[in-house]
Ligand binder design. Structure first.
Ligand code: HC1
Ligand code: SF4
Length: 566
């Protein structure tokens, strides 16, 4: 332990990696644009500058804490310096604040207000640049970019993709894909992690709010929603609800107020996925073909594997993702009911399925050809948690005040195993519960203690299934997926089952979730997911009685067609 003096107060430090962390620990929220604890230190924005007792000014994010250091965080010189940075940034920034997707959560806007910037003394000579609207998932607006490099480092260091980079020099500098190609022409997987760290509106979520409002207003349309596991522990963030609290009931009530006809749970789709994926694993273990089996529920990961490691294409599970399985089921049910009604000379309203997801990549997943059945798109629109937050606010609903309501039946029933799909390791744990086939508390605990829980990028576990030891890897973050795939290719490791989630810690930190998603927010959401499981009456997917019913009913004879991609 050491001590430093911050603004004349003695502050202890231990293993903080930089002076900025010590300052923040002492209760001072020093502003930054480019500092993220999970990324390398860039030190470019200079907002976190401090002054020492000799008048030397330096960036606190790039300085290691030393015993006896004396620093000041808010001298007139520093105030002037920070204001100047904000003014310069604003001078070349578009002024669309009122219509920007980031209005109210933009760091530039927040700091301009916090530092009392009331006028901008510099002229903006920059010509407006075109937006990149080519991606189904995110929109890039270079006019709002402040060159902090957060997106560049996230895409490279966390996702291993390096889609974005700096181009040109000096005042012409921009962030863009190589050769200024559109995102759709690159290997971008649409994970939205660049958007999750962008401090301004330079990278935002593609919005599908308008067509959904239109469908809700149309009396001839039956609008059905499904809510993903990780949405319920995040949407409360924007309504002053404690982080990580389960707001499912409130969200259901809000959706009904907004005009949704039925509200179901993607967790039901996750229970279906567990049934199909565990059967697929047993089959592959038996045949020895295409092992390891890779999970398929994360579309960012699936695209990454297809683009960068096509040799593993056949290892990816043939199962559709939970939202896609559930979408196919809902549309099939609607088709069956419409056919019955037609026989009786009646006609039913058209069904539109909306998935409410923490993920931007899900917007692209629903457009893939394998997610059309009988020429119909199974899920019509994906709304991210952030878009639904916007709709709730537009409707004037306060989520913190609304009375919770229950999901619709029968697809509102799901297991605790399904709930934990939203965190890294959850899919594996759910599949293992099914395979171990026991609901005894000790057996469930044994599974959770195999090493599949936790936030490490790559986790390994093994479990005994009859006479066979099944070797498992659980990965979060595509950079880690790349590392693992290279090790598998080199023959250094061998597994039977590999779960990959593109986003660090899983869907709780998906690219469509409310931002900022700092370490405390992530932990609260993760705890929230496990709490839902611990309180669930049904622990295993195969114990969900509605699952057996749909296999005997809607799905009978169509299991493969509706639940698998190939
Ligand atoms: Fe996910 Fe999934 S867990 S991928 O993270 O398998 O988006 O929440 O809906 O489909 O169930 C996301 C979350 C989600 C699917 C499920
Ligand atoms: Fe990179 Fe994901 Fe952003 Fe695409 S969406 S540029 S893959 S971080």
């Amino acid at each position: 332990m050491g001590y430093m003096t911050i603004n004349n107060r003695r502050v202890a430090f231990t293993d903080e990696k930089n002076v900025l962390s010590v300052i923040r620990k002492s209760g001072i929220d020093l502003p930054t644009f480019c500092y993220h604890s999970e990324l390398s230190t860039y030190g470019a924005c200079r907002m976190c500058v401090v002054e020492d007792e000799r008048g030397k000014v330096f960036a606190s994010c790039s300085e290691v804490p030393r015993d006896g250091m004396v620093i000041y965080t808010n001298t007139p010189r520093l105030q002037h310096h920070r204001k100047m940075i904000i003014e310069l940034l604003l001078s070349s920034h578009c002024r669309d604040c009122t219509t920007c997707a980031k209005n109210g959560v933009c760091t530039l806007q927040k700091l301009a207000s916090q530092l009392g910037i009331s006028e901008i003394r510099f002229e903006n000579h920059k010509k407006p640049l075109p937006l990149d609207t080519s991606s189904d998932c995110v929109i890039r607006d270079p006019n709002k970019c402040i060159l902090c490099g957060d997106c560049v480092r996230t895409c490279d260091e966390i996702q291993g993709l390096g889609i974005l980079d700096f181009a040109f020099r000096g005042s012409k500098m921009q962030v863009m894909p190589a050769f200024n190609r559109e995102l759709a022409e690159t290997d971008c997987v649409g994970c939205g992690q660049c958007r999750a760290v962008c401090p301004t509106g330079a990278i935002s979520i593609r919005q599908d709010v308008d067509p959904v409002w239109k469908a809700l207003a149309d009396k001839n349309i039956r609008v059905v929603a499904q809510i993903a596991p990780a949405v319920r522990v995040a949407i409360g963030d924007k309504f002053g609800i404690p982080k990580g609290e389960n707001t499912l009931g409130r969200l259901v009530a809000a959706l009904r107020h907004m005009g949704f006809d039925e509200v179901y749970d993607t967790n039901f789709g996750a229970d279906l996925t567990v049934m199909e994926e565990s059967a697929e694993l047993l089959e592959r273990l038996k045949s020895g073909k295409n092992l390891p089996l890779f999970t398929s529920c994360c579309p960012g990961w699936v695209k990454f594997c297809e683009n960068r490691y096509p040799e593993f294409r056949e290892n990816i599970s043939t199962c559709r993702s939970p939202q896609a399985m559930f979408g196919a089921l809902l549309k099939e049910e609607a088709r069956m009911k419409a056919a019955e009604a037609e026989k009786e000379g009646r006609s039913l309203r058209k069904t539109v399925v909306i998935s409410i997801m923490p993920c931007t990549a899900k917007k692209a997943e629903i457009k893939r050809p394998e997610h059309f059945t009988e020429g119909q798109q199974d899920v019509d629109y994906v709304l991210t948690t952030t878009e639904v937050t916007r709709m709730i606010k537009e409707a004037g609903i306060d989520l913190s005040q609304i009375e919770p309501e229950a999901l619709d039946m029968p697809f509102g029933l799901s297991s605790g195993a399904a709930a934990i799909f939203g965190v890294t390791g959850g899919v594996t744990e759910a599949v293992l519960r099914r395979l171990v086939h026991s609901s005894r508390m000790e057996d469930l605990q044994d599974i959770s203690f195999t090493g599949i829980r936790g936030i490490e990028g790559i986790k390994e576990a093994s479990i005994q299934l009859e006479d066979r030891t099944v070797k498992i890897a659980v990965v979060n973050g595509l950079r880690c997926a790349e590392t693992l795939l290279e090790r598998i290719k080199a023959g250094e490791v061998q597994y039977d089952f590999v779960e990959v989630m593109a986003c660090k810690r899983g869907c709780i930190a998906g690219g469509g979730q409310p931002v900022p998603i700092g370490p405390r927010t992530k932990q609260a959401r993760l705890d929230g997911m496990y709490k839902i499981d611990s309180m669930a009456q049904i622990k295993r997917s195969d114990e969900n009685p509605i699952i057996a019913e749909v296999y005997e009913g809607i799905l009978k004879g169509k299991e493969h067609k509706l639940l698998h991609n190939r």
